[in-house]
Design a protein around this ligand. Structure first.
Ligand SMILES: C[S@@+](CC[C@H](N)C(=O)[O-])C[C@H]1O[C@@H](n2cnc3c(N)ncnc32)[C@H](O)[C@@H]1O
Ligand code: SF4
Ligand code: SF4
Length: 339
């Protein structure tokens, strides 16, 4: 049997346009298997476009995949295996959020919100008809890698509908942690159905957190992480992961963050900052992983600490690949002035 990325065989990601992808739409350059508003699910999952994608995989040809940026789920899979329905479903289009992290968002755009709201309404109205058979066969639902689940009426409604259709379902939830309280988790029936909780915090101190997360609430996040940590300790939660997007503002807190994760029975996950906002100045200042950044070598030195090799810590491949750079005397002077 081959080790092969299982997403095309087991996963779907749904966008609010109705387009269905097998993983993050950016990773496959928007290679859509079909549209749930225009086709039956069977036509999409077993259609020509899905078959062509899988055929390329079986031949070890990743022509539709951006393998330099994606996060494959490798497993021993018989490539001839046909799975009647996907096992994992990702809803990752809802951009509602209660905060603004400076590396993620602009201020709100009314037109974009209106556009998205209309698309969400269409999903809500057609949800049972379209998704009942798919959700009945699924094992894991992932919400919401585009915005904040607990700040969105739409996503909360989707969670309720999913549990109603398939009470055995498990969830993988990614959240900023502010509203992920014991109360909401129990009220929604999530507590007994959590497989993974991924909480993005990016700092070990409130001061640094406040510089990165506008309108955030560090104390509430700490409280909720403690609750999730208890669930992890009791065995109810399989995975607790604490995310940290590395920037020039927070890199000095990475080591303490690993210690905090260990204390919480969690694993720390460090991701490099992907440029996605249009202020060049802010990006250049934040992106400490650029060799041109004056503090680049300091980051590399921190990353060489053996604490990052522990099993309760994951550093993404890009950060792992960073090597110190040699600086000329002139470079050093210029960097001193930039600091
Ligand atoms: C877009 S958020 C959505 C889920 C939730 N609101 C949260 O913050 O975890 C998903 C993940 O992307 C990360 N992220 C956001 N902007 C990023 C950027 N510019 N570079 C790298 N990761 C980023 C977040 O920190 C978070 O871990
Ligand atoms: S190899 Fe990457 S892009 Fe291709 S299906 Fe897997 S995760 Fe998606
Ligand atoms: S909480 Fe998540 S979605 Fe909201 S701004 Fe921060 S990273 Fe983006």
């Amino acid at each position: 049997m081959n080790k092969i990325c299982q997403h095309p065989f087991k996963t779907i990601q749904i966008q609010n346009t109705g387009e269905v992808y097998c993983c993050c739409c950016y990773w496959t350059d928007f290679y859509s298997f079909g549209n749930i508003f225009d086709q039956s699910f069977d036509e999409i999952w077993n259609g020509e476009k899905a078959k062509e994608f899988r055929r390329q995989f079986i031949e070890n040809n990743f022509k539709y995949c951006k393998t330099d940026v994606c996060d494959p789920a490798y497993d021993d899979i018989d490539p001839k295996l046909t799975v009647a329905y996907p096992i994992r479903i990702e809803f990752s289009y809802d951009r509602h959020c209660n905060v603004r992290c400076i590396f993620c968002r602009h201020e709100k755009n009314k037109e974009e919100e209106e556009y998205n709201r209309n698309k969400e309404k269409r999903i809500e109205e057609n949800f049972d008809r379209i998704f009942t058979p798919v959700i009945q066969h699924a094992e894991l639902i992932e919400l919401n890698s585009a915005g904040e689940l607990f700040a969105s009426k739409h996503s909360i409604e989707i969670v309720k509908k999913i549990i109603n259709i398939n009470p055995q379902i498990k969830f993988r939830i990614i959240s900023n942690g502010i509203l992920f309280t014991k109360k909401i988790s129990q009220e929604l029936g999530l507590e007994d159905r959590l497989s993974s909780a991924i909480i993005s915090i990016h700092a070990s101190t409130e001061k640094t957190y406040n510089k990165l997360v506008e309108r955030g609430n560090f104390k509430a996040v700490m409280e909720n992480v403690k609750y999730l940590s208890e669930l992890k300790k009791s065995g109810k939660l399989e995975t607790l992961q604490l995310n940290f997007v590395v920037t020039s503002i927070n890199y000095k807190e990475m080591i303490d963050f690993v210690k905090f994760a260990k204390k919480m029975h969690a694993r720390a996950f460090f991701i490099n900052y992907h440029r996605q906002i249009d202020s060049d100045k802010l990006e250049t200042e934040l992106d400490i992983s650029l060799t041109s950044h004056p503090k680049y070598n300091e980051l590399v030195k921190i990353l060489s600490n053996p604490i990052f090799n522990n099993e309760y810590c994951i550093v993404n491949d890009y950060l792992k690949s960073l090597k110190p750079i040699k600086l000329s005397f002139l470079d050093k002077i210029q960097r001193l002035f930039k600091k």
